[in-house]
Design a protein around this ligand. Structure first.
Ligand code: NDP
Ligand code: ZN
Length: 180
């Protein structure tokens, strides 16, 4: 029901805030980590007109398994197997070297579910905005540009699900690159 869906969205925001509570983003101000999952949910809802609560919940939880002690089993218990499987699809295997993980994101993007593609597209929009306006403190212009181009290569495998969000990505990419 709409009530249950709203409850799960609020529960996911609260769960993510607790799991990420000690973490900070890499910008100069060391912003609270939770701002980033919240940004994904806002991008999906406000710019992509996404109303599917599975997608919004998965977006709020998308970095909990990769970046905190949260397990997929815990997500399954708290949010169900559908949400847990979408988070699993957007979680990198941290046992692999970083360059291999980045290569796999490009290679696997097109075979993801539509829900995972939406979460990944919002993640890249959020990260490009951050790199344009509040980048990791130590990054050179070359590193920022390299990240933009890698994100564009990932997003080429995510197209065809939400044209409005694809246009948002393209505008953030073009304007962000011009600002670097
Ligand atoms: P990283 O993966 O180290 O850092 C980017 C990630 O950090 C984002 O995907 C995001 O992930 C998270 N993040 C946290 N805070 C911020 C913020 N303020 N702005 C943006 N992202 C943030 O970057 P890369 O290794 O991908 O580096 C970018 C490019 O530079 C690569 O193409 C690489 O080849 C090149 N390069 C890399 C070097 C290296 O030492 N690795 C050195 C020189 C160049 P999440 O959404 O999961 O939070
Ligand atoms: Zn993220």
């Amino acid at each position: 029901s709409p009530q249950d869906e709203l409850e799960s969205i609020i529960k996911a925001a609260s769960f993510a805030a607790r799991k990420h509570r000690t973490q900070r983003r890499k910008d100069a101000d060391a912003s609270p980590y939770i701002n980033h999952p919240l940004a994904l949910a806002e991008i999906l809802c406000s710019e992509g007109s996404v109303t599917d609560s599975t997608v919004l919940v998965a977006a709020l939880l998308h970095d909990t398994v990769e970046d905190t002690e949260t397990s997929l089993q815990e997500l399954e218990v708290e949010f169900g197997s559908v949400v847990a499987s979408v988070v699993a699809e957007v979680t990198d295997d941290k046992s692999l070297p970083k360059e291999e993980r980045k290569r796999l994101q490009v290679a696997k993007a097109a075979s993801k579910s539509d829900a995972a593609k939406l979460v990944k597209l919002a993640d890249k929009i959020s990260n490009l905005r951050d790199i344009a306006s509040s980048p990791p403190a130590s990054w050179s212009d070359e590193r920022r540009i390299a990240y933009f181009n890698w994100a564009r290569d990932v997003v080429s495998g995510l197209r065809g699900v939400n044209p409005a969000l694809e246009r948002v990505f393209d505008q953030v990419y073009d304007e962000g690159l011009r600002a670097i």
